[in-house]
Design a protein around this ligand. Structure first.
Ligand code: 6LW
Length: 502
């Protein structure tokens, strides 16, 4: 789980660790709901709930039906679902998002954020990515997108007005994107990200008396950036503003935690952080999204701890499980062998855009993962995936266990040994790499087999920098899970345990 209360009166950031970028949050009474981008994974758009902005529990995924989420195999990884916005208006939840790969901007609604969500309303008149929704006192819906442009939107029919530019961002800054529009007091505030989502990322704000502008930039822009600093949280940007239970203001934003030497490699993707906001002269002043954040001044209720082990004994998979582009019952089911997850390869390997892979976001820099696999009728095992060209795996099948690595154009078998017949416990353990100068990578991944007496026999230890975004590029983060490369592979359980971070 996330930002637990710590003994020293702080809470841990990121509040939603692991690949949870582009957070959008809305408050409904005492409840908070948050969604994130999900790119090529199905189901898409994880939906979280919190009562304290610190501890978040996943309710489900908004897009969990093929009719809501098409992710064609021709679409590259890190395509697909970009930057949703979640709002509550007129007793309903509204979710607007761009599917870069199929359909462009789409609008979904629900009465319960846990779902079911509606089928998509296509919005061909919304002129850009990172769409935002805001309603004015007359009930007019304003849809603002990267650029920063805006249309009036009829959220029932999808009709839009002609687009107009409302702000071009800070002079000289790159990529004004991730706009969010708020009515706070006498002003309309327009919050945006600038500088691109890497080390130059920042948050800027402007205000005006109308939702359509003109907007006056904050003299202190950027109101948040870590560019040019050695802060342990980098790439801070893409933020959404929300009022806390006591009326104070807070920012949910994305950031990364680079590890290792220079330039630093982040492996868990862009994560969701919390930062305090105060107001000076009608402008927001953003506090530090520090790793140990002074606890907000209200009760922090830790969410129930998630069980480390998933026994696959439920009819439906837990919403933490995500698959690549689609999840067909004939490829991934818990109904073929009771209490097991069965993956049928359909001739695809992890190098393919339709890999039969089901995993969960790696959320901790140090973790211990195990799975019990029966590969008697195929080949498959445990993989740490960034995309089709960047993944490490330990694979059972054909009487062997092998450690394989794919790094860009290179694919290699790193280790192999005979494997006795019958199910086997495969594992991977990640830990920070011991510092050996500036070229040290962020972590090491040790792949091995757990013996019947519980000892873990490591077959190979691999450098984690090649499964980092700085090497692979893209917008996601590591996902650790199970795959089938040939035939049918059964998994009895999957066990993920965070380890103390040295
Ligand atoms: C998203 C853009 C961004 O659309 O990255 O961090 C893109 N900001 O706003 C994908 O996450």
């Amino acid at each position: 789980m996330s930002g637990q209360h710590q003994a020293d009166g702080t809470v841990a950031n990121p509040v939603i660790p692991g690949f949870h970028p582009d957070p959008s949050v809305c408050r409904v009474g005492d409840d908070y709901y948050l969604v994130c981008s999900s790119f090529e994974y199905f189901p898409g758009i994880p939906v979280f709930h919190s009562r304290d902005l610190v501890n978040w529990t996943q309710l489900g995924n908004a897009l969990d039906r093929p009719g809501q989420l098409r992710l064609p195999r021709t679409m590259p990884s890190s395509g697909g679902i970009y930057a949703p916005t979640l709002r509550h208006h007129d007793g309903r939840f509204w979710l607007i998002v761009t599917n870069v790969g199929d359909g462009g901007n789409l609008l979904f609604t629900a009465t319960d954020p846990a779902g079911p969500w509606s089928d998509p309303l296509r919005l061909p008149g919304v002129p850009g990515i990172d769409p935002d929704l805001a309603w004015d006192e007359d009930g007019t819906c304003w849809c603002t997108v990267a650029g920063v442009s805006q249309v009036r939107l009829d959220p029932v029919t999808g009709e839009t007005s002609e687009p107009h530019q409302v702000w071009s961002g800070t002079p000289g800054a790159l990529a004004p994107e991730a706009p969010h529009l708020y009515r706070i007091g006498e002003y309309w505030y327009l919050l945006i990200a600038e500088g691109g989502t890497e080390r130059g990322h920042s948050v800027a704000v402007a205000r005006g008396s109308s939702p359509a502008g003109p907007f006056e930039p904050c003299p202190a822009n950027p109101v948040l950036t870590h560019r040019g600093t050695s802060h342990p949280v980098q790439n801070t940007g893409h933020a959404d503003l929300v009022q806390g239970p006591d009326g104070s203001w807070w920012l949910l934003l994305l950031g990364v935690r680079p590890g290792g030497g220079t330039p630093g490699w982040h492996v868990l993707g862009r994560e969701t952080f919390l930062a305090p906001v105060s107001w000076v002269d009608g402008w927001p002043v953003v506090g530090e999204p520090s790793l140990e954040l002074p606890a907000p001044p209200w009760p922090i209720r830790p969410a129930p701890a998630e069980p480390a082990r998933d026994e696959f004994d439920q009819a439906e998979l837990h919403p933490r499980w995500i698959s690549v582009r689609e999840r067909r019952a004939e490829h991934c089911t818990t109904k073929e062998r009771s209490g097991w997850l069965t993956l049928n390869a359909a001739g695809s390997s992890l190098d393919e855009p339709d890999a039969v892979f089901t995993g969960r976001r790696q959320q901790h820099l140090s973790c211990r993962v195990r799975t019990l696999v029966d590969a008697a009728a195929g080949r498959g095992g445990l993989a740490v995936r960034l995309d089709e060209q960047h993944h490490y795996e330990i694979e059972a099948g054909d009487g062997q266990v092998r450690v394989l690595a794919r790094i860009g154009p290179l694919r290699t078998e790193v280790a192999a040994r005979p494997l006795p017949p019958g199910p086997a416990v495969l594992g991977v353990e990640t830990a920070p790499a011991p510092r050996q100068g500036p070229r040290t990578g962020p972590d090491l991944l040790s792949f091995g087999v757990e013996e019947p007496d519980g000892t873990f026999t490591v077959l190979a230890t691999l450098d984690g920098r090649y499964l980092s975004t700085e090497v692979a590029g893209g917008f996601t983060g590591r996902v650790v899970g199970m795959y089938a490369a040939a035939g049918t592979v059964h998994f009895d359980w999957f066990d993920y345990r965070p380890q103390p971070f040295a």
